[in-house]
Design a protein around this ligand. Sequence first.
Ligand code: AMP
Length: 173
Amino acid sequence: MAPDELSGLIRDIPDFPKPGIVFKDITPLLADPAGLAAVVARLAEPFQDDGVTKVVGIEARGFILAAPVAVALGAGFVPVRKAGKLPWDIHRQSYELEYGTDLLEIHRDAVTDQDRVLVIDDVLATGGTAAAVVELLAQSGATVDAMAFLLELGFLEGRSRLGATPITTLLSY
Ligand code: AMP
């Protein structure tokens, strides 16, 4: 499936969830069997030979993509969740969104310094969320080896907040 076919399955919703934000609605892409399969395969493909042990998904849309990518890579899946959702001992990190601030949490025993970690989310916007996940994993002694996103809002320059971490995106706006 060509990139313009994939982007044709992503719907722009103006002024959601706040005025001035153009929300990238990926639900039509997720609902398309060929589109979903192509996205999972392409997110996983660059990392086939990298020995990834944990794929970290960011709540909530990151989960949808990270779990099948973990299966494709023979890795485990680890959720990073919003505040108060995880039942065990956690690390916590505050972060900024394009449209607000919040907290992210991870189980303390979910990753270690022995893991090779790939972080997956649907959208790279300002990079605040992804930068917080790097900090969160550092609290566990783990390093983020790479990050992959379905789409990147390039004009927000999120990459500039992520230092030297290798970043792959399938679509750029
Ligand atoms: P940021 O921290 O600004 O990089 O925002 C990334 C997170 O917010 C991702 O988890 C996205 O799901 C969500 N997000 C931010 N901006 C948008 C947008 N324009 N459309 C859809 N999701 C977005």
